[in-house]
Design a protein around this ligand. Sequence first.
Ligand code: SF4
Ligand code: SF4
Length: 384
Amino acid sequence: MNAAQWEALALNNPEKEGQSGRVRMASQVYFFDFGNGSDVHGAIKELVGKAGGERIRRGMKVAVKSHFGEMGNYTHIRPSFVRSAVDAIKELGGRPFFTDTTTLYPEGGRLTVADSLETARYNGFTEEGLGCPVVIADAPDGESGVVIENDKNLHLKRVKVAKAIAEADAIIVLSHVKGHVMSGMGGAIKNLGMGCTTKGTKSAQHALHGCEFDLDKCAGCGKCVESCTFGALRMSDGKPARGEGCVYCLTCMFNCEERAIHLLEGGKERFQEGLAEAAFGVTRALAGKPVAYLNFVMDVTRLCDCAAPAGKLVVQNVGILASEDPVAIDKASLDLIDGSQIIPGWQVSPPDILGKLNKTSSLIHIRTAARLGMGSMEYTITGV
Ligand code: SF4
Ligand code: SF4
């Protein structure tokens, strides 16, 4: 669909009136349609400015937050697209740096700062290519950050925002929109809540889905114990037993061929609530600063960029969205995907294609973010 068709769809957005019937303010989302536009690099520059980048002032230190992909993932955002955002910031007078955080889990080459920088280089994210420094935001140990106190009624009472991100004068959040096994769809909110926080806050979110052992299915092979680099598992009477130190990385679950390890009931729902709460903490740390969100709706896979590879594409490439509102841009991205042509081979239909493929509802984290006041589920789309 082109921008005009999306504009019409947004006007029919069923979220336009809440359950109370109260009409809420619609947020502005800008859209570069791959089907209509040809100058993608020019469009990225324009989108950065329109989505809030024009508030960047000379000399400001600007974080360009993205995900450079796991070692072996090839569906992450292309480095040349990041370069266009970097160039836009420079033209606005800002001093950009490209940034991401370390992971909770050991696989994929992003556990430590050194591993992360090597993976970034391998995937093409270098200072030379991007035209700005590459900074791991939670360096040196994955725990460097600024604590934000959240409401005491939330799952996450406190959120630790990665230091380099919290201390930046402005931020451009570049998110690859794709599926995610816990959140259904992963976009801007996911990039904030998981991507901008320290290992401790990542673990607190994953603790909400938890994991437990079904010892009736367990064959006693011990692979889960061997896979746990945190020493949280040991064998006891031929079966695994969990002790202290679990960070809920799920490495043991992915290594169990008997499917004897699973999430707690309602785990994905709680995880999504925690994800939105973490994202809320990050937006509070950035309050008052120029913040622009760009969502790249392309190379949409069922799994996220932490998967290597993330599998076959689910829908045709769509375009790039930009907004100052992380809720509106994610809801618009979800709707765009649902309105796109599904690639033959997938047995799924809208609404929420990515949520269905991942056996959850993507709207849980988007609605939670809206309820927390991060933005609006209503939007209007303007083409660029
Ligand atoms: S990997 Fe699975 S089957 Fe093997 S010991 Fe662990 S839980 Fe049991
Ligand atoms: S027990 Fe499993 S989920 Fe917990 S830290 Fe070890 S591998 Fe990760």
